[in-house]
Design a protein around this ligand. Structure first.
Ligand code: GLN
Length: 658
């Protein structure tokens, strides 16, 4: 993709204008594009990436570059200063700043950190790959600001929802304010953003089931885990006392399965080491973000867990536990501890992004979950993650998700982003009401549903992965193939969606060219009469659709194109006069004699000699009557167009209708 076509947001450009002399938007974009292009081909250019980046942020007429501007650019693409991949750079900046403060005895404004070339390059050296990718706009969501604005709109739209009830069967949970509402996102490239109550800690509760299963399966293997737990949705409430037909828990996402899965984790270790192990693993999945433990919730849940004890004794009776489980209270304590792990929305988004990223944490690039368990947990989240709402969620949202009674709901868009939603009020299935509403609205706006990406999909939803040029490129490709195939419905749909039907590919070929080449008169008629495209676009070889039609001998297409070209010539005459036609002027003008087309043989467009002869012959076989009829039709249509221009009402006859 030509780097010049990569969009740099205005916000980013605004950031840069104070770089010494006021740089025009074009010159900044030019510099970034040149840098991006060179960075993407660094291996073939003589400049080192560090030099390129230094020059990009260099302050004119000074031997310094602004590291502050670099940081604000990274921020515009969603990369946080706290990102572990930027920590070495941030540490070096602080060390240099500290040394300078000591030297100059003055506090310096961090926003405009100016560093000499050696210091600047020392700072960026350990984060070079991420910085280069960002400058090449090569992150998974290139238009970050636009994407975030759309997510924020959905967050705002869901805020007034007041359905649901805060869980109270665990007393500590019931103390949360029902108005709390937080949203955080993290892409597989570590681009992050948050809205609302995203920094307030809360317990993961059943969301832990997804990560416990992932870690157990990574450690023991899927087959071992599924010797004890099934993969079928239960269709029942998350804490129902029931087993499947094999007398096993239905799946790891309901309480029965989760209790058994947690009893499989490091079950020969002592309780303290088991807990430490899981806290460490959770923190790895979270990329070092906050993961705590809420002892009050743990104690409160343990003291009110009759249902889970009853369920566990029922499973003990059915020999569901591994033989290593000797003490049911300890087994349940461990399960309750994992449910009482504390996170924030921001943490949970990184954890969800680790699942979206195939088990590798996006902000540390550390593998935390093996690939197969990551695939398996997403399958189970897709089929069982929302309890007995899972079927409807898969239908309406079509994404892997896991909910918990604290009001947390994580959603995973594989290979793109992890989303954490938190709002305590729950529906009767135990899912966050605002969270579920957000997911439905997300699918209304983005093509994230598993089956939104079918070919010939008619829904025009936003895909944040697309670069601006790619979206246009898609339209061109779709339109030209439709015109070539004579697929008028697709051409009509794209017209209805506001696509410019005059778009051309890199050979400057348009839909009209393709339709003329293939003889699709109905498509030509629609393009000319309804979409009002220019009748005479010229491709790279200076060839018009009329010449294509004649080269291929498509008579009907020739007539339509000649008629339209003459109409527009006549129209241009009127425009040239630029005066309202007076009574005498409205008299029919003599129609210019249409030049017989010259024979066309372009190296790229060798047409068969027969077709060429046919087209030349066909234009000479027109009878005088036909030409007279044609002239009369021409004059009638000219008058109708003049009247239409005045009345701006739909024109009968000429339009193809939609
Ligand atoms: N759905 C949930 O979040 C339930 C978790 C809770 N700890 C329980 O076992 O009931």
């Amino acid at each position: 993709m030509d780097p010049k076509s990569r969009k740099i947001s205005n916000a980013t450009l605004q950031q840069w204008s104070p770089l010494g002399e006021a740089k025009s938007k074009e010159s900044i974009v030019q510099t970034i594009s040149q840098t991006a292009e060179t960075l993407s081909n660094a291996f073939i250019c003589d400049q080192q990436p560090e030099d390129l980046i230094y020059n990009l942020f260099k302050i004119p007429n000074k031997e310094e570059a602004s590291i502050g501007k670099l940081l604000s650019l990274l921020k515009n693409f969603g990369l946080q200063e706290s990102d572990p991949r930027l920590k070495p750079m941030m540490q070096k900046i602080r060390d240099i700043e500290q040394a300078k403060e000591e030297q100059f005895k003055e506090a310096r404004d961090p926003k405009h950190w100016k560093l000499g070339k050696a210091d600047f390059q020392k700072c960026i050296s350990e984060s070079l790959s991420l910085i280069s990718r960002t400058l090449q706009n090569d992150l998974v969501v290139p238009s970050w600001t636009q994407f975030c604005n759309r997510i924020k709109d959905i967050y705002v739209k869901c805020k007034p929802i007041s359905d649901g009830k805060v869980a109270d069967y665990i007393p500590q949970l019931s103390r949360f304010d029902p108005n709390l509402w937080g949203v955080s996102i993290c892409t597989i490239d570590g681009q992050r953003a948050s809205w609302g109550d995203s920094k307030i800690p809360f317990c993961v509760q059943s969301v832990s089931k997804a990560f416990n299963y992932s870690l157990a399966a990574s450690d023991l293997g899927a087959d071992m885990v599924h010797h004890f737990v099934g993969q079928e949705p239960s269709g029942r409430l998350f804490n129902d006392i029931c087993l499947d037909t094999n007398n096993k828990p239905h799946n790891p996402m309901v309480n029965s399965g989760a209790i058994i899965v947690s009893s499989l984790i490091k079950n020969t270790w002592n309780m303290a080491d088991r807990f430490d192990h899981m806290l460490t693993e959770y923190r790895k999945i979270a990329g070092g973000e906050f993961v705590g433990f809420n002892n009050a919730v743990f104690l409160s849940e343990r003291a009110t867990a009759d249902r889970n004890f009853a369920l566990s004794y029922y499973m003990k009776e059915n020999k569901c536990f591994p033989e290593e489980t000797k003490n049911l209270s300890e087994a349940l304590d461990f399960y309750f501890q994992l449910c009482s792990m504390e996170v924030t929305c921001e943490t949970a988004a990184v954890m969800a992004a680790t699942l979206a990223n195939g088990g590798v944490c996006p902000i540390t690039e550390e593998r935390c979950i093996a690939s197969r368990p990551c695939r398996d947990v997403l399958s189970l989240m897709n089929s069982c993650g929302m309890y007995d709402y899972s079927g409807q969620f898969a239908f309406h949202v079509g994404l892997p998700a896991k909910s918990g009674v604290s009001g947390l709901l994580i959603v995973v868009i594989p290979n793109l982003v992890g989303i954490a939603l938190w709002s305590p009020p729950l529906d009767k299935m135990g899912n966050s009401c605002r969270g579920v509403a957000f997911c439905k609205e997300l699918i209304n706006n983005f093509n994230f549903h598993t089956y939104d990406n079918m070919s010939n999909n008619e829904a025009e939803k936003y895909d944040p992965r697309k670069r601006a040029g790619e979206r246009e490129k898609d339209n061109v490709v779709t339109l030209l193939f439709a015109a070539k195939a004579g697929d008028l419905n697709t051409v009509r749909r794209m017209y209805m969606q506001g696509t410019d039907l005059q778009v051309a590919d890199y050979d400057k070929r348009t839909a009209l060219h393709l339709a003329a080449c293939e003889g699709h008169a109905d498509v030509i008629r629609f393009l000319l009469n309804t979409a009002k495209v220019r009748a005479d676009p010229k491709d790279r070889w200076n060839r018009t659709p009329l010449q294509d039609a004649k080269a291929e001998g498509h008579i009907a297409c020739i007539k339509l194109l000649e008629q339209s070209m003459q109409l527009s010539e006549g129209h241009e005459d009127e425009d040239e006069d630029n005066v309202a036609p007076t009574k005498t002027e409205s008299q029919p003008k003599t129609v210019k004699k249409v030049e017989k087309p010259k024979k066309y043989t372009s190296p790229q467009r060798q047409t068969s000699t027969a077709a060429t002869i046919r087209s030349t012959e066909s234009s000479s076989t027109d009878t005088e009557e036909e030409e007279e009829d044609f002239r009369i039709l021409l004059e009638t249509k000219k008058k109708e167009i003049a009247a239409y221009e005045k009345s701006r009402k739909p024109l009968e006859g000429l339009t193809n209708g939609i």
